[in-house]
Each structure stands twice: as structure tokens, then as C-alpha cells.
Design a protein. Structure first.
Length: 512
């Protein structure tokens, strides 16, 4: 019996590069929102009469909805179609942003932030999975993910600049309203340009127990770390949240291993290379989020920078990330194995972080902070780009949305851990310093103010040492767990059987 000829590969979508513009714009909007509101929070708190005890919920409401619903959002994108999920996510995010900008009280603001998080959880995995299914040629994929990686890494710093400008020269409400034109342009462009490849949807019934367990488990985990920052690690509710999260997520894994159509097929999570990406990326984000927090406070409180000047002070990091992602990562991705970009990239970032452990009250921005940011940005940009690509490389197209959601989940959980863990370490070191210098602090006057500033910087320095160690661990994981060869070594990416560009990524195709 004659062999059946293999089907010819589908022609690349001629509008894919135009589509990338709108996907990148949407990703920038989501990443910006993670930091832009931080700058505006003091002004919003005063205008809306939000208490000091409740102000953290402006950040937490978004984080809980976004982090808790990401896996659900990724599977919805697989089921509805990524283009549909992308457009719905954009429209919903715009409406929630309008609600936040028009907020007249605490309840309206917190509701708007939760809605932003929910629609962001639909939008973010849809955006990344669209890239995964539209760009299959190794060289083109490298360029596309280079741009995406630069935005994912540097967008938070751009948010600090934009947030500072809008808050200082306009009004805090514009940190919400600014999302609306972004969303409208991206939604209209996506509707007109994006043509999702045929046959990539997951028609399986929705795994309701998986949705409930993953959402509640992730919400408990993110809230546990968020509460630990303010109430302490030994607080009864904090401990309860961590225990509940462990139980719920363990039950989720058990359910996913037994149901016919799981929300998160364990083959996506347990494949060695993809698991290495999720773990190393999550650890790196722990270090990054802590740094954004400490440098922002250092520049504004210790050095006396304005919000706008603080934002511009992060420009070297953005420049480094864009250069590392588009000029180093994208150019070398088709020539070397991903681990040889990710491992050294995280080590270079650790070197930049190491410089920042030398922070003092009178440290020079050009001599210390600027070169440290450049190294950090170059390293993160170089590592993020192949990580974003490898996270969805070789995966069954029907699982692209949920594989993309895992990237965002690792970043979101990493951000929550980083903010809580490193802030706790910094606070402990600051308290210890003040205890050791209690007599000088009690004297009052300029000497006492200097002691206070030195105590803050001592806390930042101690926490940054931990961030250095975390980045070294991230590099080690990337170098040891990620074993795949360079993309493009064996042809185009297969839809899920492991053949092609990445022969050792073997994902079995499951008939639904």
C-alpha cells in the first residue's frame, strides 16, 4: 500500500507582522498597568478617601483576579479562539479602566481593579498564544518573541515613567484612562488584521473542578504572600492561606491527572524544558519586582527624585532590555541553544544586581545605579526572549493558550512572592539597623534623619543580596533543566508530536 504523502505545511499568514504590532500594544498595556497605578496610588487614596489599611487592596484586587484566573483565561482562549478572547479581553479591560478612572469611592475603585485583573487574565495568555501559533519559522519567531520579550521585561519600567508624568502633570485618573486608546486601537487592529490558523481550537468540555481548584488555589497563594508583607509571615490568616493554597493546588494536580479533558494538561507543565522555563522565569521575576520597589523608594525617598524623574531614571534598564532582547537574544536564538542565552543572561542580571548591593545614601546615579541597570536590563532581555518562545515551543496548538497562561502565572506569582519576601527582608534589616543605632536616632535633628535614611538603604541592600542569589539560582535551573537544542535545527515546529525544530520536546497529541 503506497505511503500517504505528508500534508504540506500551511503558508505563513502574510499579515502576521502587522498583527504583531497590535499584540505588542495589548501586552504593553497589561504590563504597564502593573506599575503605573503604584505611582498614582497616593493621590488616588487622598481623593477617594481610602484608608491606609485598605490602600493595598487597590494593588491586591488586581493581582488576585489576574493571578487566580490566568489558567481559566488561557483555556477559554483555546476554546473560544485566541482572536476572540484577545478582542473580548481588550474591550473588557478598556471598560474596567474607564470605571477605575471615573471611580468616586473605594468600592468602585476596588471593583474596577478586580475587573481589570479578570479581563487581563483573558487577554495576556491570548496575546502570547497568538504569537505562538502565528510565527512558526525559527528566525521569524526569534524576531517576534524578541519584541514581545522586550515589552514584557521593560514595560513595567515604562509604566513608572508614564505614571509619574500623568500623575504629576495631569491627574491620577489618567493612569486608568490612558488604557482606553491602547485597547481600542489594539482591538480594531486585531479584528481587521489577525487571522488565526484553522484547527487550533480545543473543543473539549471545560474542566469545571479544575477551574474552581486552580482559581481558589492561586488566589489563596497570591493573597498569602500579599498579606505576609503587611501582617507578617506568622499571622494566622497568612498561614491559613498558604495551607489552603497547598491543599487546593495538590487537589488540582490530582484532578488534572485523572480527568479526560483537563484544564491544564500535565504534559504541558511536566515537559522538562517548559518546566525549566516556568521555574527559572518565575524566580527571575521575584528578583525584578523587588528591585522595582526598592529603587523607586530609594530614588524618591532617599535621593528626593520627583515621580517623573524617578521614571526617567529607569530608562537605562529599559534600553538594556530592548537591546538584550532584540539585538542579542533574537540574533543568537537560532544559532545557540536557549539555555546558553538564558543561563548567562540571568548571570549578567545578577552581576548588575550585585552592584546595587553597594548602595549607600550618597551613591552616585551615573557611577553605580546607571551601569547596574544597564547590566540588569541586558541580562534580563537576553534571557526573557528565548524563555517566552520556548514556553510555547512544540506545544500542541490546542494547548497554546493554557501554556501561555502558565508563563503569565509564573510571572504573577513570582511578582507577589518578590514583593512580599524581599520587602519583609528589607524591613527586618532596617529594624535591626535602627535598633543598633537607637541612641543616635533618639538624638533628633539632622543626625536622626541620616540614621533613618541609612537604615532604609541597609534594608534595601540586604534584600538585594537575596535577589542576587535568586538570579543565580534561576541561571542554574536554566542551564541544568533546559536541554533542548537551538530552534530551527531540524525544520519547522510540529503541532505537538515533537518532530521538527525541537525534536526533544515531545508532546503527545490527545484526541478530544
Amino acid at each position: 500500500m503506497p505511503k500517504t504523502a505528508a500534508p504540506a505545511p500551511l503558508a505563513a499568514d502574510p499579515s502576521r507582522w502587522k498583527a504583531l504590532v497590535f499584540i505588542a500594544l495589548a501586552q504593553l498595556m497589561v504590563v504597564l498597568d502593573a506599575t503605573i497605578v503604584n505611582i498614582a496610588l497616593p493621590s488616588a487614596q487622598t481623593d477617594l478617601g481610602i484608608s491606609d489599611g485598605n490602600r493595598q487592596w487597590v494593588i491586591t484586587a488586581y493581582a488576585l483576579a489576574f493571578g487566580g484566573l490566568l489558567l481559566f483565561g488561557g483555556r477559554i482562549a483555546d476554546k473560544w479562539g485566541r482572536k476572540n478572547a484577545f478582542i473580548v479581553g481588550l474591550i473588557g479591560f478598556a471598560l474596567a479602566s474607564a470605571l477605575g478612572g471615573a471611580a468616586n469611592g473605594e468600592a468602585m475603585m476596588l471593583g474596577a481593579r478586580a475587573l481589570q485583573g479578570a479581563f487581563g487574565a483573558l487577554l495576556a495568555p491570548a496575546a502570547l498564544s497568538l504569537l505562538a501559533v502565528m510565527f512558526t519559522d525559527a528566525k521569524e519567531r526569534a524576531k517576534a518573541f524578541g519584541i514581545y520579550g522586550a515589552i514584557a521585561g521593560g514595560g513595567g519600567a515604562v509604566g513608572l515613567i508614564l505614571g509619574g508624568f500623568l500623575t504629576e502633570y495631569l491627574n491620577w485618573r489618567w493612569t486608568f484612562f490612558v488604557n482606553i486608546p491602547f485597547a481600542i486601537i489594539a482591538a480594531v487592529g486585531a479584528w481587521m488584521i489577525i487571522r488565526e490558523p484553522v484547527g487550533g481550537r480545543n473543543r473539549a468540555p471545560l474542566d469545571i473542578p479544575g477551574v474552581i481548584l486552580s482559581t481558589t488555589g492561586l488566589v489563596a497563594l497570591v493573597y498569602g504572600f500579599t498579606r505576609a508583607e503587611s501582617a507578617g509571615w506568622s499571622d494566622a490568616l497568612t498561614v491559613t492561606m498558604f495551607v489552603a493554597s497547598a491543599v487546593l493546588l495538590a487537589a488540582f494536580v490530582l484532578v488534572e491527572s485523572r480527568v479526560k479533558s483537563p484544564l491544564l494538561p500535565l504534559r504541558v507543565l511536566l515537559e522538562r524544558n517548559r518546566g525549566g522555563v516556568y521555574l527559572s522565569l518565575g524566580l527571575a521575576v521575584i528578583a525584578m519586582f523587588g528591585l522595582f520597589l526598592f529603587l523607586t523608594y530609594y530614588l524618591q525617598v532617599v535621593k528626593g527624585f520627583s515621580p517623573v524623574k524617578t521614571g526617567f531614571a529607569f530608562l537605562p534598564m529599559i534600553a538594556g532590555m530592548i537591546t538584550g532582547s532584540t539585538q542579542i537574544g533574537a540574533r543568537l536564538m537560532t544559532r545557540v541553544a536557549p539555555r546558553l542565552l538564558m543561563g548567562p543572561g540571568f548571570l549578567l542580571a545578577a552581576t548588575g544586581m550585585l552592584l546595587l548591593t553597594q548602595l549607600e545614601v550618597g551613591s552616585s546615579y551615573p557611577a553605580l545605579i546607571l551601569p547596574a541597570q544597564l547590566l540588569l536590563g541586558l541580562g534580563m532581555g537576553t534571557a526573557f526572549m528565548p524563555a517566552m518562545s520556548l514556553a510555547t515551543h512544540g506545544v500542541n496548538p490546542a494547548d497554546a493558550g493554557v501554556a501561555s497562561a502558565m508563563v503569565n502565572t509564573s510571572q504573577q506569582v513570582g511578582g507577589a512572592i518578590g514583593t512580599a519576601l524581599l520587602n519583609t527582608i528589607a524591613a527586618s534589616a532596617t529594624t535591626a539597623y535602627l535598633t543598633d543605632h537607637a541612641a543616635e536616632a533618639a538624638a533628633g535633628g539632622p543626625a536622626a534623619k541620616l540614621i533613618q535614611a541609612q537604615a532604609m538603604v541597609e534594608g534595601y541592600s540586604s534584600a538585594i543580596w537575596w535577589a542576587v542569589g535568586i538570579l543565580v539560582a534561576s541561571s542554574t535551573i536554566a542551564l541544568t533543566l533546559i536541554t533542548t537544542g537551538r530552534p530551527g535545527a531540524g525544520g519547522p515546529v510540529a503541532s505537538g508530536d515533537g518532530a521538527g525544530a525541537d525534536a526533544d520536546v515531545k508532546i503527545p497529541v490527545i484526541a478530544h
